[in-house]
Design a protein around this ligand. Structure first.
Ligand code: SF4
Length: 337
């Protein structure tokens, strides 16, 4: 078993709203990441997946955000106990993050080369010349042609796919242990999405970098993820290996997500499925209930009054639902063999 490099334990992050109410964006989240592992965190907008990633890097804006409790152990050391200066050294060097939408994350008035070099110069003793050489290697590594020339380009001169590759180059510039990719392919068309994911997967195999992919799209991670965490209402409601979750989904929400993936192998008459309703406003939902109960056809009084804790359903496969057996028929319909 590869070494455990990150352990998130009972993380709770909230935002205090103008009316004083507390929005529990991340509610008792726990998971582990091992060397070279690809962990996919999946959920709709508002499920808490991006906030959980920003919490790991202690990038939650305070106020209104606050990490209320929990531990974030990186190689056994609790990041919650680090000073701001210590965190600045860890960010970008040991743990990197690629943010959503490269077109808005890149600085439009700095060349791509200078943006990659900046991270190298901050985190190492490299000279400008050495940093430029490294930036060139990194662009080559992510398949940008003529890296010597393209280093001098500004972001607007790169296509969407090239911008995302430049972001990956930037994220990998100090050979981090963990690369967090927040919706890394959302703004890209399907073929470029596949290229970018292949690239990330190649880097993971070559350098042993653990990758945390945050996405709302199950389809894109099925092929790459070792471990899958399904988030809803700030909590992991189902987790396991990719095979566990995609072949034996147990939670009604996971089954709904899989059902919502368009399938070319099924007749058109099947139509497109959606999950009725909207993600819950976590400022209004009681912590003592199942956060999915407003959208779940199996919900009963127990679901409205007792929060289901995640329990084992075989091996390391976990699910947090009081009545998962009721979704058995639906599960059989969605599973792809
Ligand atoms: Fe649905 Fe109840 Fe399970 Fe929640 S606990 S997913 S409401 S059946």
């Amino acid at each position: 078993m590869a070494e455990k490099i990150l352990e998130v334990k009972h993380l709770c992050t909230s935002f205090i709203q103008e009316d004083g109410s507390e929005l529990r964006a991340v509610d008792d989240l726990s998971y582990e990441v091992h060397e070279g592992e690809c962990v996919a965190i999946i959920g709709e907008s508002g499920s808490g997946k991006s906030v959980s990633a920003l919490s790991i890097l202690r990038l939650i804006p305070y106020p209104p955000g606050i990490i209320k409790s929990g531990q974030i152990l990186y190689r056994g050391e609790d990041l919650m106990e680090k000073s701001d200066a210590q965190m600045e050294k860890i960010r970008g060097k040991n743990i990197s993050m690629i943010f959503q939408e490269p077109s808005t994350s890149l600085n439009p008035v700095m060349t791509i080369g200078n943006q990659i070099m900046e991270n190298i110069l901050i985190h190492s003793d490299a000279t400008r010349e050495q940093a430029r050489e490294r930036a060139k290697e990194l662009l080559e590594m992510v398949d940008i042609p003529n890296p010597d020339v393209r280093l001098k380009d500004y972001p607007y001169q790169f296509s969407g796919g090239m911008q995302q590759r430049a972001m990956i180059a930037m994220g990998m510039s100090c050979s981090p242990d963990i690369l967090i990719c927040d919706e890394p392919t959302t703004a890209l068309d399907v073929t470029v999405q596949a290229q970018v994911l292949e690239q990330l997967n190649g880097l993971r195999s070559k350098y042993g970098t653990a990758i945390i992919i945050i996405t709302h799209n199950l389809g894109i991670v099925a092929r790459y993820a070792d471990t899958v965490k399904i988030m809803y209402g700030g909590r992991v409601i189902e987790s396991g290996t990719a095979d566990d979750v995609f072949e034996r989904p147990c939670h009604p929400y996971t089954i709904g997500l899989i059902r919502a993936v368009p399938r070319l192998d099924l007749p058109r008459s099947r139509g497109l499925h959606t999950i009725e309703g909207e993600p819950p406003n976590m400022a209004k939902i009681s912590p003592g209930c199942c956060p999915f109960h407003l959208r779940c056809k199996y919900a009963d009084d127990r679901c409205r009054n007792e929060r289901p804790e995640a329990g084992p359903v075989g091996g390391g496969h976990m699910c947090a639902c009081h009545h998962m057996e009721l979704a058995e028929e639906e599960r059989k319909e969605v599973v792809v063999h």
